[in-house]
Design a protein around this ligand. Structure first.
Ligand code: FES
Length: 113
């Protein structure tokens, strides 16, 4: 049975939220009818991105931002475009949207180990 991260209707366009999962904490964001999911681990120092709960967006709500040292990441491909880890990327999390549910794709494999 796959793991349900959250409901699609709990997400607000361009506002990222994080959820606990068998794969660790996952950042989920909806933009232009697409849903993107990234591990909440900054490639700079391996820390969570946010200081305050669900504070993942820059002031323009265009990039994901790491609160630690200000790295900016594309929502769509996770690439760091500015900051100390420029050129590195957030790690993607495989999800599927089934009806109103956003599910992890790899959760079953994690649960077996
Ligand atoms: S830990 Fe994210 S920019 Fe330094």
């Amino acid at each position: 049975m796959s793991f349900v991260l959250c409901s699609l209707d709990t997400l607000i366009e361009n506002e990222a939220r994080s959820f606990r999962s068998p794969l660790g904490e996952v950042i989920v964001i909806k933009r232009d009818d697409q849903v993107y999911a990234w591990q909440n681990i900054c490639p700079h120092l391996g820390l969570n991105l946010e200081f305050n709960p669900n504070e993942f967006m820059d002031s323009d709500k265009h990039f994901l931002i790491c609160s630690n040292h200000g790295a900016l990441f594309n929502v769509e491909d996770g690439l760091c475009v500015s900051g100390p880890c420029q050129g590195d990327s957030l790690l993607p999390v495989s999800i599927e949207v089934i009806g109103n549910e956003i599910r992890l794709l790899a959760a079953d494999e994690v649960n077996k180990s």
